[in-house]
Write a protein that binds this ligand. Structure first.
Ligand code: P6P
Length: 335
């Protein structure tokens, strides 16, 4: 029987492995788990109370804001600002920086997050999720600034996500392994369920919205056609799986292998996904699990953001599959 370890206990155990750890980082991660539990509580009853559906507003990225989006954003802000560990936050749901109120203590970390990814799926009971990343501040003191947020993913010190689905799982890494915790609703605890997740070096699943096929460039079309061609020697054709919620598609890719793609196209050259709140934190997770993330030409973690809500094409998953995608996208692959 696997040992029963709560996420809080696991975080403390890992902290003790780091000489000189102050515990501030551990408290920050524990607060994130608390915020996730509160969001889960509302998500799991969304169909029963009047917070399902849209607020009628549109967020900075042009997406219609669902009531649960706003609720989740407020929960993360409310829970995380009080801990005294952060100098600034930035959210996919908030236009500008989220400052820590003057009366609250500030710390040396920066939190970036997508409070509720996949909200367009809320009304049809399809899995949705939260994504987060933690940086150390680069400014010296006082309120955090855009400079503290516009850091390349390579600078992350922790990242993770929560999938609110058939079960609710929180996956995170602080750079020493990727670990998953499943929420036991009967006791309200995240229990260790996936210790040291490693993504297969190569998979047999591709995940992309093929509805946009005609918008893709020729190299992208060639890659998808390659994956669909019959060739036992290279494990083709790949299977197609597409939930339409990034966190759910990524979680399956992390556990089973393969590749998730949200490419740029003739209508949206930079694609749809946000660099800071979605691509970079998941790129940090997948790399710590032995995988890779790219925009087709550059490792996601090496891209320095220039604006809070910039988008990026995303190819993420098994190292061999992502590297093959890069070869095709760069016109260097034979069919
Ligand atoms: P499309 C959800 O709205 C989201 O932001 C991601 O979670 C998901 O991967 C993507 O959009 C789906 O976009 O264009 O395929 O509907």
């Amino acid at each position: 029987m696997q040992r029963i370890v709560t996420i809080e206990r696991f975080i403390i155990e890992k902290e003790h492995e780091i000489p000189g750890a102050t515990g501030e980082f551990s408290k920050l991660l524990t607060d994130i788990a608390l915020a996730a539990k509160i969001v889960w509580r509302e998500v799991s009853k969304a169909g029963l109370v009047d917070i399902i559906g849209s607020t009628g507003k549109v967020n900075v990225s042009g997406d219609v804001v669902q009531k649960l989006d706003e609720f989740a954003n407020e929960i993360f802000i409310n829970v995380m600002q009080k801990g005294g560990h952060l100098c600034v936050m930035a959210s996919e749901e908030s236009k500008g920086l989220i400052e820590i109120p003057d009366e609250l203590a500030k710390g040396k970390y920066v939190l970036v997050f997508d409070p509720l990814d996949g909200s367009s799926n809320i009304d049809v009971n399809v899995s949705i999720g939260s994504i987060f990343g933690i940086f150390r501040r680069v400014t010296q003191s006082g309120k955090g600034t855009e400079e503290d947020v516009l850091q390349p993913g390579r600078n992350l010190v922790a990242a993770g996500y929560v999938v609110y689905g058939s079960s609710t799982i929180l996956v995170y890494t602080t750079g020493n392994g990727v670990h998953g915790f499943t929420l036991d609703p009967s006791i309200g605890e995240f229990l260790l369920s996936h210790e040291n997740i490693r993504i297969p070096k190569k998979g047999d699943i591709y995940s992309v919205n093929e509805g946009y096929y005609e918008r893709w460039d020729e190299n992208m079309k060639k890659f998808i056609n390659y994956l669909k061609a019959e060739d036992k020697a290279t494990g083709r054709p790949y299977k197609l799986r597409y939930v339409g919620t990034l966190v759910a598609d990524f979680h399956r890719t992390l556990l089973y292998g393969g590749i998730f793609m949200y490419p740029g196209d003739s209508k949206n050259p930079e694609g749809k996904l946000r660099l800071i709140y979605e691509a970079a934190p998941l790129a940090y997770v997948v790399e710590k699990a032995g995988g890779r993330a790219s925009n087709g030409f550059q490792n996601i973690l090496d891209i320095k953001p220039t604006s809070l809500h910039q988008r990026t094409p995303l190819f993420i998953g098994s190292e061999e599959d992502v590297k093959l995608a890069e070869k095709f996208l760069q016109g260097k692959a034979e069919d």
